[in-house]
Ligand binder design. Structure first.
Ligand code: GAL
Length: 671
């Protein structure tokens, strides 16, 4: 493994091998079902399977009695066939004997219902008892596999918080108090002040009086209390994970360690991820039902994850329709599964496993389809995985060490701003949703766009857009300012910076900590409910756009007014301003970003690629400047593309130059 670099959207993966394969559950099958698995996996080009994330009950059928005989022969046979094992700590599904013995370790939801055995993720990460058992099983597994040459890496647990995040169990009540004591250094007066506790008699005399906030029990909550609870949930899971990571590292420092996410109430741009070697992201693009939006939503999700910490692996990539009681996805049409996998790789995945090898015939996920159907007959989805496997043997090594290049960045991947917003959101879309709208529209228009956290490295980026981040930390400003002075264009949207780190409203006029950059202040602002009933229009060089969601009347103290309001009481007042700062510019956009508002700013954005609509271009660049360009046709039709520069397509080996037709689902990787 290469040295680990600090978290950044540009961080490459430290692995040297591109791993390819699927999740595999030998515990669900009879020997006759599994007879040909290894040869089929070899034929599909696999070099990895992930196993055992839900198998604690098999490893430890009764307390203290361990059994590895159900798994070890598989690890060995697979290993001898060139397929490594990616192991998991099985703590998402504690065995029944454990929860029966210690029901006090179960999670509790907001209404006080205690979770029960029968699905998963029912044990509290804050429970000392559960933590002790988690450490025990992790150590037993780690020591058992310490010298196994085929076990190369580990996943902690499985998708922390994927079903729900809140926990109000007694363990969390004391965990919350512990977290707050640490945060406030034992100073209850400081907590009372930072939480604005005089409102509705929330003042505490000591930490032991504090409880977790339960929304609408009976009514609205204090947003400062809620944000610290959300921070605490993340802290608790980070600590739970760290217990396991310390043991795994102590037992075999050569293993790489990851987690598959990324879900709510967990800060992936911080300690949780710093403790790992890299992040994993489980990618399920078919949750997006709208076919024309699917590739855009997929790209946004991938970029959002890259915004946390850089390149990642995909421990689970969707390989078939997925279904639960209330939904069943479209089946990927021929070529779609491979295309979506290539999108994942283009956007920063440096290893990819499909979920799952074979569709299970029982259990809660009997309709979550894998590469093989229930009948176990190899069909087109497995053949398609085989095509991808053969291709990745060629291109996988060429990708390692590269990162994704972007010219426009949208702010995102920040935990506090999202959690803070959710605590008292005024019916407004949150920072993540706001970033998604801008990212998807720019991507659709052909910009090389990504998501970048406000504390990250902006070098190489031409334009940085901060849509609507209510909670924006002033400490992020100096670095952004420096980047602007060196020539960057910063575009700040409405409501940015209106909250402080405690999630209280700031005392200065808006845009708060941005004012020094924008040279403006907000005289008046308001929500646009039912915007069509009293439309508010902006006019910019004759171009008119009706706005939605929010308006701001700007005062341009040290900035040029480049667009004005054009209706009702706002007519003629500043709506968008631009200030020259050093070699760069700062725009203040006094409304919510919609596609039309983004279009209005065209002159301030870089020139887009000139490829046809829905043909995605993503460049992956190595530190030496060498470049691999992904060209992906997301259209259902053939499109003609003009390639101005000669290049070799690594997938077909052909030289590409001039006009070329791309079939639906076609992918080129140009060098
Ligand atoms: C993931 C999870 C898997 C499986 C899959 C399909 O979120 O990690 O265990 O549940 O989704 O639902």
């Amino acid at each position: 493994m290469n040295p680990i670099q600090p978290l950044s959207h540009k961080r490459p993966l430290p692995l040297e091998t591109f791993y390819y394969g699927s999740t595999y559950y030998p515990e669900h099958w009879q020997p006759e079902d599994m007879e040909n698995d290894i040869s089929l996996m070899q034929a599909a080009g696999f070099n990895m399977v992930r196993m055992a994330e839900f198998a604690w009950h098999l490893f430890e059928p009764e307390e203290g009695r361990f059994d590895f005989s159900w798994l070890d022969p598989h690890i060995e046979k697979l290993g001898k066939a060139g397929i490594s094992t990616f192991m998991c700590t099985p703590t998402a599904t504690p065995p029944r004997w454990l929860t029966a013995k210690h029901p006090e370790m179960l999670r509790e939801d907001v209404v006080g219902d205690v979770m029960c055995h029968g699905s998963r993720q029912h044990a509290s990460h804050f429970s000392d008892i559960f933590r002790e058992y988690s450490r025990k099983i992790t150590r037993v597994l780690a020591e058992h596999y310490a010298d196994n040459p085929y076990v190369v890496g580990w996943q902690t647990d499985n998708e922390f918080h994927c079903h729900f995040a809140e926990d109000h169990s007694p363990a969390v009540q004391s965990g919350f108090r512990e977290f707050l004591k640490l945060k406030f250094d034992g100073d209850i007066e400081k907590l009372n002040k930072d939480w604005g506790a005089d409102f509705w008699a929330m003042t505490y005399q000591n930490f032991d009086q504090i409880e977790t906030p339960r929304n609408m029990h009976p009514t609205h909550l204090n947003p400062a209390h809620v944000l610290d609870y959300q921070r605490c949930l993340s802290w608790g899971v980070t600590r739970f994970q760290k217990d396991q990571l310390d043991i795994l590292r102590e037992v075999n420092s050569k293993w790489w360690l990851t987690h598959n996410g990324c879900f709510a109430s967990l800060d992936f741009h911080g300690e949780f991820t710093e403790d790992l070697d890299f992040l994993g992201f489980d990618s399920y693009p078919f949750f997006e039902q709208n076919i024309s939006q699917r590739w855009l939503t997929h790209a946004f999700n991938l970029d959002y994850v890259r915004g946390f910490s850089g390149n990642f692996i995909i421990p689970e990539q969707q390989s078939g329709p997925g279904g639960q009681t209330d939904y069943f996805h479209n089946t990927p049409e021929p070529g779609e599964m491979r295309r979506m996998a290539y999108s994942s790789i283009a956007h920063g995945a440096d290893s990819l496993l499909f979920f799952r090898w074979r569709t299970c015939r029982f259990g809660a996920e009997e309709y979550w389809c894998g590469l093989l159907d229930h009948d176990n007959i190899p069909k087109r989805r497995l053949a398609e995985a085989g095509q991808l496997g053969a291709e990745l043997k060629k291109v996988g090594p060429a990708l390692m060490g590269s990162s994704v290049e972007i010219s426009v960045a949208v702010a995102g991947s920040d935990y506090d701003s999202n959690a803070g917003h959710q605590a008292l959101h005024l019916g407004l879309p949150g920072p993540r949703q706001a970033s998604e709208v801008v990212h998807m529209h720019l991507n659709h228009k052909g910009h090389s766009v990504g998501i970048v956290h406000p504390d990250d490295d902006l070098s190489g980026i031409d334009v940085y857009i901060i849509p609507h981040f209510p909670l924006f930390k002033p400490e992020w400003i100096p670095r952004i300012k420096e980047w602007v002075e060196q020539g960057g264009t910063l575009i700040v949207g409405a409501r940015a910076g209106c909250k402080d780190v405690n999630n209280n409203v700031i005392s200065e006029p808006l845009p708060g900590c941005f004012a020094d950059l924008t040279g403006t202040w907000v005289q008046e602002c308001g929500k646009q409910n039912l915007p069509n009933t009293r439309p508010l229009e902006i006019i910019m060089q004759g171009q008119k756009v009706v706005t939605e969601t929010w308006y701001e009347e700007l005062v341009a103290e040290d900035a040029e007014v480049i667009a004005t309001w054009n209706s009702r009481f706002l007519k003629g007042l500043p709506a968008i301003t631009c200030r020259n700062l050093g070699n760069g510019k700062v725009l203040h956009v006094g409304t919510w970003f919609t596609n039309e508002v983004v279009d209005l700013l065209e002159a301030y954005l870089p020139v887009t690629n000139r490829f046809p609509e829905n043909v995605e271009i993503v460049d992956r660049v190595h530190p030496d400047g060498s470049r691999l360009r992904f060209v992906i046709n997301h259209n259902d039709e053939v499109v003609k593309v003009n390639f101005a520069e000669e290049a070799i397509d690594l997938l077909s080996g052909e030289t590409v130059f001039g006009s070329k037709e791309l079939e639906p689902n076609d992918v080129l990787i140009l060098k």
